[in-house]
Design a protein around this ligand. Structure first.
Ligand code: UDX
Ligand code: UDX
Ligand code: ADP
Length: 465
């Protein structure tokens, strides 16, 4: 196996960008080139003003500042980077299919396949190909099939190296990963490839945190980890509905059960529902795979996690409508937050999209404020639903940059993302600006109940009566 001196990563997105930045930063002896077919995106990664990077992640800009131009490069010259690298990461998007067989459930692998074909076309020397995108099981096999039939004698080792970083904490998750998973063949060449990738991570992580498995286990572990995490959120959210009907308090329950070391305290925050690019997609994949093997009960079991999540989003929107005397037509409702969680500008599968959509169906006038999400992104999310025309979306929903001004003459404010800044707002001032009675719907449980009620708000917190 040749020494790894050059790495190429295809796909400069939420996964590829931060991951490669950290690898470059921690491995000054390796030149890392991140390539993408999207010229705008690459231009943004090369921006002199580090506040204009295409994704927002705490700590990312500092790392880019240190490494970019030294051993970290962003380029649109995909073929050149593939040709020069000994190791190639595939980190392109794998959205849920919107057409044909598996529509709405299976992952669309066309971008991955295009990458594999591109590597097959360009490569003249042996290479290690690492799948980094969130991929359904068997993808490594598909990539291998394409690469093994190039006829030019080049040997490829395919590894699965799933990404476990969470957005908003990506850099910290990469620097202090709980574990790194490397799946590959148990042949001598497969083991050598796994060790070569392990060597890279060992530049900053202890060896015992780097787990080697077969390809199937690695690919499936990624889906299962996300399914388990999402299941915790759906489980606690299901109990939040029960709490609202009783005198039980969801925070007290989370705390009480979290003390059981077998359960643990993390991921027990009731919310408007989980979002993000992974949870729903990975569960849908798991459901699709189970069903394709005839395991109906297994598929149904995991599908329920998504059904509960959809219920939670719908329940929140319905609660707003009911509270506002069963009609929100023509009423101004402000959404604080649009991102699927704090500290990211990513909005994929964000609960906010579905809550806004449900309220717009009732002809509410929606005003959105999010500290990091662009107006363009918000409209694109709504247009993608195809519930109404782009013109109607722009008439019914406005995006603003001043959260205080947004509250003027509003009937209600819904907190849908847990941005820290929302906690420090002058809520007395907001109360004065709003129409009375003034309603707050706290879908993230970040405000203080007693304080809000003292100010005069009609305050609803998810998971509390
Ligand atoms: C997730 C996994 O955590 C990560 O390991 C994987 O690599 C990608 O998918 P991410 O989607 O970026 O990461 O964020 P995460 O922090 O897991 O949150 C997902 C969603 O669940 C968010 O909408 C979040 O608000 C919600 N959530 C999380 C809750 O509602 N309650 C919780 O207690 C935790
Ligand atoms: C359980 C709770 O653990 C305890 O806190 C509560 O007070 C009573 O109910 P118990 O039923 O005595 O205790 O045993 P537990 O160890 O929880 O096991 C319950 C069942 O789950 C057993 O049949 C056990 O074999 C099974 N189990 C447990 C598994 O199959 N796999 C596991 O990983 C853990
Ligand atoms: P993720 O969250 O998985 O990183 P993103 O959508 O943020 O997903 O990023 C994936 C990136 O991969 C996009 O910027 C897209 O342009 C890029 N991409 C998709 N297909 C190819 C390809 N064949 N060659 C190069 N880049 C690609």
């Amino acid at each position: 196996m040749k020494k790894i001196t050059k790495i190429c990563c295809i796909g400069a997105g939420y996964v590829g960008g931060p991951t490669m930045s950290v690898i470059a930063n921690k491995c000054p002896h390796i030149a890392v080139t991140v390539v993408d077919i999207n010229e705008d995106r690459i231009a943004q990664w090369n921006t002199p003003n580090l506040d204009n990077l295409p994704i927002y992640e705490p700590g990312l800009k500092e790392i880019i500042r240190e490494s970019r131009g030294k051993n970290l490069f962003f380029s649109t010259d995909v073929d050149k980077a593939i040709d020069e690298a000994q190791m190639i990461f595939i980190s392109v998007n794998t959205p849920t299919k919107t057409y044909g067989k598996g529509k709405g459930q299976a992952a669309d692998l066309k971008f991955v396949e295009l990458c594999a074909r591109n590597i097959a076309k360009v490569a003249k020397e042996d290479k290690i190909v690492v799948e980094k995108s969130t991929l359904p099981v068997r993808t490594a096999e598909a990539i291998k099939n394409i690469l093994d039939h190039t006829g030019n004698g080049v040997v490829f080792e395919i590894l699965s190296n799933p990404e476990f970083l969470a957005e908003g904490t990506a850099i910290d998750d990469l620097l202090n990963a709980d574990r790194v998973l490397i799946g590959g063949d148990d042949t001598p060449a497969g083991k050598a490839a796994k060790n070569a990738l392990s060597d890279i991570y060992e530049n900053w992580l202890p060896k015992e945190r780097i787990l080697q498995t077969n390809v199937w286990s690695s690919e499936l572990s990624k889906l299962v980890a996300n399914a388990f995490l999402a299941q915790r959120v759906s489980s606690i959210n299901s109990i939040s509905a029960l709490c609202e009907k009783t005198d039980a308090n969801i925070a007290e329950i989370s705390r009480a059960i979290g003390f059981d070391s077998r359960i643990g305290p993390k991921f027990l925050n009731a919310s408007v529902g989980f979002g993000g690019s992974c949870f729903q997609k990975d569960i849908l994949n798991l459901v699709y795979i189970a069903r394709s093997f005839g395991l109906k009960e297994v598929a149904d079991y995991w599908e329920q996690v998504i059904i509960m999540n959809d219920y939670q989003k719908r329940r929140f929107a319905d609660h707003i409508i009911q509270s506002l005397y069963n009609t929100v037509s023509g009423k101004k409702i402000v959404l604080y937050g649009w991102a699927f969680k704090k500290d990211t500008n990513d909005t994929r599968e964000s609960a906010a999209i579905h809550i806004a959509d449900a309220l717009m169906d009732e002809r509410a006038e929606i005003v959105v404020y999010d500290p990091k999400v662009s107006e363009e992104r918000i409209y694109a999310d709504l247009d993608y639903l195809e519930t109404r025309t782009p013109d109607e979306n722009r008439t019914l929903l406005k995006v603003v940059s001043n959260p205080m001004e947004a509250s003027r003459e509003a009937h209600g404010i819904a907190v849908v993302t847990e941005w820290d800044e929302f906690k420090s707002y002058d809520w007395t001032k907001i109360y004065e600006l709003m129409l009375k009675p003034a309603f707050i719907f706290d879908g993230r449980r970040i405000l203080d109940t007693q304080n809000m009620r003292q100010i005069g708000f009609n305050y609803y917190k998810i998971g509390e009566a």
